[in-house]
Ligand binder design. Structure first.
Ligand code: FES
Length: 140
């Protein structure tokens, strides 16, 4: 079941905890020699913004999510919800849209945010989605 909520409802919605894994080692085209790397800059910006906004989102840095050609890369997951991998993220322009998309994701019961409600970077940058983890014996 997909939950549909308006922007007004979203502002006061109860959000579930979620984790955003951000690749620290991603580089961007034209920015290959920059230090810290673009992925590390994205992680820092997201960590700071998520903490400041008390989003219920834990931002975790990881090394390589196997999407190196479309970095920067992040993966969004939460218990009982679909998980997503996003690419083509920009450390300078993407953090607030990522947090907006994560909040919409956290406000669903299953992780399926209606297409029209997804931030543009999530529409353009989705690489893959994975179903929720099933406990052993749960599948029929
Ligand atoms: S270096 Fe970021 S996905 Fe591989």
């Amino acid at each position: 079941m997909t939950t549909h909520i308006s922007p007004e409802q979203l502002a006061g919605a109860i959000v579930a905890p979620a984790t955003l894994y951000v690749c620290l080692t991603c580089r961007q085209p034209g920015d290959e020699d920059a230090e810290p790397r673009a992925g590390a800059r994205l992680h820092a910006a997201l960590s700071e913004a998520a903490t400041a906004q008390a989003t219920g989102l834990t931002v975790v840095g990881v090394e390589c999510l196997s999407n190196c050609k479309r970095g920067c890369t992040a993966a969004l997951t939460s218990p009982g919800r679909w998980s997503y991998i996003y690419g083509d993220l920009d450390p300078a322009t993407s953090p607030q849209s990522i947090l907006d998309g994560a909040r919409r994701y956290q406000s669903t019961t299953d992780g399926l945010v209606p297409w029209r409600e997804r931030p543009e970077i999530f529409k353009r940058g989705v690489i893959a989605r994975l179903p929720a983890f099933l406990q052993p014996g749960a599948a029929s």
